[in-house]
Ligand binder design. Structure first.
Ligand SMILES: Cc1cc2nc3c(=O)[nH]c(=O)nc-3n(C[C@H](O)[C@H](O)[C@H](O)COP(=O)(O)OP(=O)(O)OC[C@H]3O[C@@H](n4cnc5c(N)ncnc54)[C@H](O)[C@@H]3O)c2cc1C
Length: 260
């Protein structure tokens, strides 16, 4: 028997969570799980207090966890994230899919979470504590509480790039996705669908930090870019294929911004 409990505040909702509960974001994955008869939870917890705001703050940008992909696309303050939000599902999914929910979306989903990993975002929990997205994703589970917002450092739009590789266009799920934050001396490259959660190419990042962004300069980084990744077999591709094509797509992203 499934129950749905609604609380006035996020704090109350977070306090009511158990390992048999799931917090409801936009419901694009939860409601599908319910329809498929998923028995791993028997309670949906929701809150009337939802934060969908996208705010520029002194240290960067704060995005409420309940902001949808459509909200992202409507905001000029996060224009650099439009290429990410635009390729998540079709219009109906984008209207419901939240930033908070994407952090928990298992492979083959999690394109927005990969972008947040490249951007070194911090995840703000209902307890008020904030945690780097990398450790949040590594320790991800449903009993960790409710995410209320993500914080992104100030980003120069020209330094951020994103590429989603899918077999069905325009709204097929990713075979892989790549997000890159190309800051001088502090490059971050994050991948979706090259592991069960988004992962970084740390060996490649180190080499890119000291190399020019041209064909010869990026070659050593391309050679090691799959080293820190854990690709898997699924209906879209084998692990072997993902590993083989990873440098091809990273090269495309670095040299021409991912345009195809
Ligand atoms: C047809 C289809 C196509 C899709 N295409 C893509 C795609 O291209 N790329 C992609 O990345 N994803 C895709 N998705 C997956 C999904 O729509 C998105 O990942 C979305 O962002 C999930 O957010 P949600 O709010 O709907 O999550 P929900 O279904 O509400 O929740 C998903 C999980 O996150 C947890 N959760 C949600 N919000 C919070 C919170 N604030 N705090 C704590 N836990 C929370 C829930 O408890 C649940 O376990 C697709 C899904 C469908 C059905």
């Amino acid at each position: 028997m499934l129950s749905v409990d609604t609380y006035q505040t996020i704090a109350e909702a977070a306090g009511a969570m158990t390992d048999r509960s799931r917090f409801l974001g936009g419901g694009t994955l939860i409601m599908r799980a319910v329809n498929y008869g998923d028995q791993s939870f028997d309670r949906i917890v929701r809150s009337r207090q939802l934060d969908r705001t996208i705010k520029v703050e002194s240290s960067g940008i704060r995005i409420g966890a309940a902001a949808t992909m459509t909200d992202i696309l409507a905001s000029r303050d996060v224009q650099f994230l439009h290429p990410v939000a635009r390729v998540i599902g079709g219009p109906a999914i984008r209207n419901m899919a939240t930033v908070g929910g994407n952090l928990f979306a298992p492979a083959p989903y999690g394109d927005f979470a990969a972008a947040l990993l490249a951007l070194d975002a911090r995840i703000v929990m209902s307890s008020g504590q904030a945690e780097p997205v990398e450790s949040f994703l590594a320790g991800r589970n449903h009993t960790r509480g409710v995410v209320v917002a993500v914080q992104i450092p100030a980003v120069n739009e020209a330094d951020f790039r994103f590429l989603k590789v899918s077999r069905v266009k325009p709204k097929g799920i990713s075979m892989l996705s790549i997000a890159a934050w190309l800051r001088r001396g502090d490059t971050r490259i994050a991948w979706g669908n090259m592991g069960q959660t988004p992962l970084r190419s740390k060996a490649a990042e180190r080499l890119l930090n000291s190399a020019p962004l041209d064909e010869a300069g990026i070659a050593p980084a391309l050679a090691v870019c799959a080293q820190d990744l854990q690709p898997f077999d699924d209906a879209l591709a084998t692990a072997w294929y993902r590993r083989e094509v990873a440098p091809v797509h990273l090269k495309r992203l670095l040299l021409d911004g991912g345009r195809r």
